[in-house]
Design a protein around this ligand. Structure first.
Ligand code: BGP
Length: 478
């Protein structure tokens, strides 16, 4: 057994990290338009008002809005079968609560999808990738207000109807399980408490956060049901950030700690979206912590009727968990760090590299759900150097090769895997640090952290390598 003939090879981006044109074409402000640039050592900041002294990287992105034709042509040259991108909700409904959509925004994505189709590339569209319209945050405190579910569903139905002949694959909320952490208040749920001074350490009301997440589950489930009604051919998935963890030691305490965190962060949201109901361990957690959610009887029906068709996830790194409080070496990571694994090396941004962990994860997820899986983000952020128009990036080739090899082994073991979209085929703004310097792409973009540079595109060595990988359907990884 190996990759199926129609395996979806490609790459993934998000609107706010590449489009730019933040206030063109009738687009409204999204929360991302208020987040400043940062670095590994200088956290990004959310400013309620735009500050002319600050640099907001989403405003220009890497100018995909104006250069999508060139970029999609380069993806086609690599042989992409699929291109994952998000629709910026605030391009379609600038405030989020209007009755009528913004035609210019709809037209932009018509053009992008037509361009993909021209080359036989399937678009895979995320409806919400950390991009809730800012107006919904200011006026409703995002999804903490039940009315926002209807606004989201209106947006989803609008784009499903409009693109029903152009797009078959959809994801509802990017890394939805981010909302299980206080930091997910803003990005996923659109909650910005007046008492919050630093969005990285927000004022957190757990009950409100989980209530808002309940509303996000409903919004997602209703979108799935509407999507299936509009076009029964649609395949609509959930999307989680799967942070695979290991117990740091074989102490039984560490094993139980691992199980608890794994349930809480990795399994909970997927269980709701795949199985259509809340799992026992989270109900117990709510009970123990005095969290009472308003869940109406019809909500249960909605969750059941809106189960996803496939499970997709991001995978970059792994970490360890332990009950021990002292003498624990720590590591950084995507959304969260953890205890350092002595058997692994890390990227320059401190994310531990663990290809075998990907095989483990695929097998774990398939054991759990037995529905098709898709890896929709995977890659390594590195400080590439452009010299004489060339970028030599053997470290990226090595990272991706090792992960694809493990992915192949999981498929050989019987895991049903639909596709693989590496993260950031085109260098783009880092979500975590707001930098350009942390590059993932096969295509180098001449742009600096401060917004300098010509924005010209250059093919890296990995560009030619990935082209071979796709042409050989994952057989030729050398
Ligand atoms: C995920 C996000 C992406 C992406 C990626 C890499 O959490 O879904 O938007 O950016 O992580 O993270 P970073 O950009 O911080 O390196």
């Amino acid at each position: 057994m190996t990759f199926s003939k129609d395996f979806l090879w490609g790459g993934a981006v998000a609107a706010n990290q590449c489009e730019g044109a933040w206030n063109e074409g009738g687009k409204g402000e999204s929360i991302q338009d208020h987040i400043t640039a940062g670095t590994l050592n200088k956290p990004r900041r959310f400013t309620r008002e735009l500050d002319s002294e600050e640099y907001y990287p989403s405003h220009d992105g890497v100018d995909f809005y104006h250069r999508y034709k060139e970029d999609i042509r380069l993806f086609a040259e690599m042989g992409f079968k699929v291109f994952r991108l998000s629709i910026a909700w605030s391009r379609i409904f600038p405030c989020g609560d209007e009755e009528q959509p913004n035609e210019e925004g709809l037209l932009f994505y018509d053009n992008v999808f037509d361009e993909c189709r021209k080359y036989g590339i399937e678009p895979l569209v995320t409806l919400s990738h950390f991009e809730i319209p800012y107006h919904l945050v200011k006026t409703y405190q995002g999804f903490s207000d039940r009315r926002v579910i209807d606004f989201f569903v209106r947006y989803a139905v609008t784009v499903f109807e409009r693109y029903k002949h152009k797009v078959k694959y959809w994801l509802t909320f990017n890394e939805i399980n981010f909302a299980t952490m206080p930091k997910g208040n803003l990005n996923i749920l659109g909650i910005l408490d007046d008492r919050t001074e630093d969005h990285n350490h927000p004022w957190d009301d757990k009950e409100r956060r989980y209530q808002a997440l309940h509303h996000v589950f409903l919004a997602s489930a209703r979108a799935v049901a509407e999507g299936h009604r509009i076009n029964p051919q649609f395949r609509i998935g959930c999307m989680l950030c799967h942070i695979t963890m290991y117990p740091l030691t074989c102490a039984p305490d560490d094993m139980l700690e691992y199980q608890e965190l794994d349930h809480f962060f990795n399994n909970f949201c997927g269980d709701v979206q795949v199985r259509g109901e809340y799992p026992y361990y989270i109900k117990n957690y709510f009970r123990k912590n005095g969290i009472f959610l308003h869940i109406q009887e019809e909500d249960r029906q909605i969750l059941k009727a809106g189960k996803v068709d496939f499970y997709s996830f991001s995978y970059y790194m792994t970490n360890c968990v332990t009950k021990r409080k002292e003498n624990v070496e720590l590591t950084l990571g995507n959304l969260m760090g953890g205890a350092k694994n002595p058997y692994l090396k890390a990227s320059d941004w401190g994310w531990q590299i663990d290809p075998q962990g990907l095989r483990f994860t695929l097998q774990k997820l398939y054991d759990r759900y037995q529905i098709p899986l898709m890896i929709v983000e995977n890659g390594i952020g590195a400080a590439d150097e452009l010299v004489d128009g060339k970028v030599h990036d053997p470290y990226r080739i090595e990272y991706l090769r090792d992960h694809i090899l493990e992915m192949r082994l999981a498929v050989e073991n019987g895991v049903e895997l639909m596709g693989y979209t590496m993260w950031g085929p085109l260098d783009l703004i880092s979500a975590g640090t707001g930098e350009m310097k942390k590059r993932y792409g096969f295509i180098y973009v001449d742009r600096g952290n401060d917004g300098s540079g010509s924005l010209a595109r250059y093919k890296k060595d990995s560009f030619y390598w990935y082209k071979k990988v796709i042409a050989s359907n994952g057989e030729d990884l050398d």
